[in-house]
Design a protein around this ligand. Structure first.
Ligand code: FES
Ligand code: FES
Length: 174
């Protein structure tokens, strides 16, 4: 076991963690963040995508013991205040969610895309979600949802939420 500290969606977790458990399994099984899904377990499908230290990562490829000190964002943090985000509403409105298995990871990749490229064009949207497989939608509805979210100010909303989060001092212990 190893003592580590994680900050997840603005809350701080100090825990003893097993040396060989993946971050994906630790998030799901030990902390209850089941919105992060396991598809392939091998870094191929993107269902397990989270944002770690500002970058999207496949959490199935990271050991939790190696994540000491990490700042992590999961899908559970997106509608934390109760209201869906602009991106989530656009996914709903454009029927970009069918079984939903890919959706959590997809939305985390889209969040990263908006941070890097506030007004992505179609090609940039496709590139932004290329690591996330969807077996249901054929991708078109997802692409339309992201472009619509861009028009509706998704990047600005993410920027405002980031600013609010950075004002939170150190996070709440959980
Ligand atoms: S479960 Fe991690 S990339 Fe597929
Ligand atoms: S909605 Fe089913 S895999 Fe994407």
């Amino acid at each position: 076991m190893k003592a580590i500290t994680l900050t997840i969606n603005g809350n701080r977790y100090e825990r003893e963690v097993p040396e060989h458990k993946t971050l994906l399994h630790y998030l799901r099984e030990d902390l209850g963040f089941t919105g992060t899904k396991e598809g392939c377990g091998a870094g191929e499908c993107g269902a397990c995508t989270i944002i770690m230290n500002g970058k999207p990562v496949n959490s199935c490829l990271v050991l939790v013991a190696e994540a000491d000190g990490a700042v992590i964002e999961t899908i559970e943090g997106e509608a934390a205040e109760g209201d869906l985000t602009i991106v989530q509403k656009a996914f709903d409105e454009h029927h970009a969610v069918q079984c939903g298995f890919c959706t959590g990871g997809m939305i985390m990749s889209v969040k990263d895309l908006f941070r890097r490229t506030p007004r992505p064009d179609r090609a940039e949207v496709i590139e932004g979600i290329e690591g996330n497989f969807c077996r249901c939608t054929g991708y078109e509805q997802i692409i339309e949802a992201v472009l619509d979210a861009a028009d509706k100010g998704a990047a600005e909303e993410i920027g405002q939420r980031d600013a609010a989060m950075s004002k939170k001092q150190g996070g709440r212990d959980v």
